[in-house]
Design a protein around this ligand. Structure first.
Ligand SMILES: C[S@@+](CC[C@H](N)C(=O)[O-])C[C@H]1O[C@@H](n2cnc3c(N)ncnc32)[C@H](O)[C@@H]1O
Length: 424
């Protein structure tokens, strides 16, 4: 890392402009050397703490509000340690751990992680699930999903998991033991030869060309017509009889009501401005790679549109009574509270028009809201995150939403909102 203290003067003008537009304080990027690094210890490894401490040459400070998390000094590198290589620890920010904990996953549940890669949250979800239930990870980027598979295997957490390369805005495959079985409305994905073959995080020439094409076309994700590609399944993930519900068909909503996932995590694509480590990487690579196009995606509504669609589809795949957590590592209001508000606007007829008129919406978002209105009637509700009472975070500007930031939480920035699906 070049220097772990990006001062406001050292940040590139395009990024400073983005921060200013969003009322964010550039000073937080100078806090990197005062915020600890966090690791998660695989449950059951507690007796090995003294050995891990002596190997990392630092004390593991238990994070009192987050089980299995430890804070270590920010300069300690874990990648070359045996504890890391042998799958006893992995790096994950405490705020990310909180987003996963907010889902309150219970053994035996069916869980969907709609933007799963590179997979730290997926691993924690798999750990919470234990040896019952199922975990489905989805990501649009195949090479990033490769990292998920590597992590699941390294930490021996893959038995109940399956991974799909798919667009989370249209993904429609229900949990494995869905009551729909393999009858009408279900689909059985076949091994196309590449599914079961070993593949690595190295991307093929064809893949690279595909993403290059997508980037040139200004679209970081697959077209909604692309079929999901199953690229990993654990031996207890129940591959056969995959049930699909047509995510865009209103009646499919009924299928998901009873056969959907118990818990859904939508850790949406965002500008990553709340992640100090992410921003530092650009400093290391040279600021030029901090592409203004990524930041501009917020301005042009592309990203906000993607976030709203990911949240909407995740909610569609949720079972009645289930919970969904929406999180981003951006600190902007546009990618967090505004997305939540737009989403909620679709659920209460009383609030709907008031909301719609109060929001500064582009023509596109306004018509998208009108389209979705038919599909959702009063069955989403923001839920209080009970365990958060002891968390070092603050409330977002919408009641029951939470915000972590370096100054308040000694963590990276993260926004968390939890919804429940009510019976209608
Ligand atoms: C913030 S990262 C997720 C981090 C991940 N949850 C973790 O803990 O490691 C956002 C992810 O969303 C993925 N993504 C972007 N657009 C998507 C889409 N349309 N459908 C599914 N995933 C998408 C990106 O490839 C990226 O891996």
């Amino acid at each position: 890392m070049a220097d772990a203290r990006s001062t406001p003067e050292s940040l590139p003008p395009a990024f400073l402009e983005f921060l200013q537009e969003n009322g964010l304080d550039p000073m937080m990027y100078s806090m990197a050397d005062t915020i600890p690094r966090y690791i998660r210890l695989k449950p059951g490894m507690e007796p090995q703490i003294p050995e891990i401490q002596s190997e990392l040459k630092c004390h593991l400070n238990k994070v009192s509000w987050l089980p299995d998390f430890y804070a270590i000094p920010p300069q300690v590198q874990i990648a070359s340690s045996k504890a890391y290589q042998q799958g006893k620890i992995y790096g994950i920010d405490a705020a990310s751990g909180a987003a996963v904990l907010a889902l309150d996953v219970q053994p035996g549940e069916h869980v969907l992680d709609l933007c799963a890669a590179p997979g730290a949250k997926l691993c924690m979800l798999a750990d919470m699930l234990g040896d019952r239930g199922s975990l489905t990870g989805v990501d649009v980027a195949k090479h990033r999903l490769a990292a998920c598979r590597t992590m699941l295997q390294k930490y021996s957490l893959g038995d109940h998991c399956r991974l799909f390369v798919a667009d989370g805005t249209s993904f429609s495959i229900l949990p494995v033991n869905s009551s729909l079985g393999s009858g009408e409305g279900s689909t059985c994905l076949k091994d196309n030869g590449s599914t079961l073959s070993e593949w690595t995080s190295k991307r093929s020439w064809k893949d690279r060309q595909k993403s290059k094409k997508a980037r040139t076309a200004g679209s970081p994700h697959l077209t909604s017509t692309s079929e999901p590609e199953l690229i990993y399944y654990g031996k207890h993930s129940g591959l056969v009889g995959l049930c699909k519900c047509d995510a865009l068909r209103p009646s499919a909503d009924d299928e998901a009501q009873t056969s959907g996932y118990d818990k859904v995590l939508v850790d949406a694509e965002c500008t990553h401005d709340g992640s100090i480590k992410h921003i530092q990487k650009f400093e290391f690579w040279g600021w030029k790679t901090l592409d203004r196009r990524v930041l501009d995606a917020e301005r042009t509504d592309d990203l906000l549109h993607l976030q709203l669609h990911l949240l909407t589809n995740g909610f569609k795949l949720l079972k009645t009574g289930g919970s969904l957590v929406y999180s981003t590592c951006s600190l902007t209001v546009a990618q967090n509270e505004n997305v939540v508000q737009q989403f909620l606007c679709k659920h209460s007829s009383a609030d709907y028009l008031v909301c719609l008129s109060s929001l500064k919406l582009s023509k596109f978002n306004r018509s998208a809201l009108m389209t979705f209105w038919d599909f959702f009637c009063k069955h989403a509700e923001l839920q209080k995150i009970d365990s958060a009472d002891s968390w070092p975070c603050r409330s977002g500007s919408i009641f029951k939403t939470l915000r972590f930031d370096p100054a308040t939480s000694q963590t990276s920035g993260l926004f968390v909102a939890k919804f429940t699906k009510l019976q209608i």
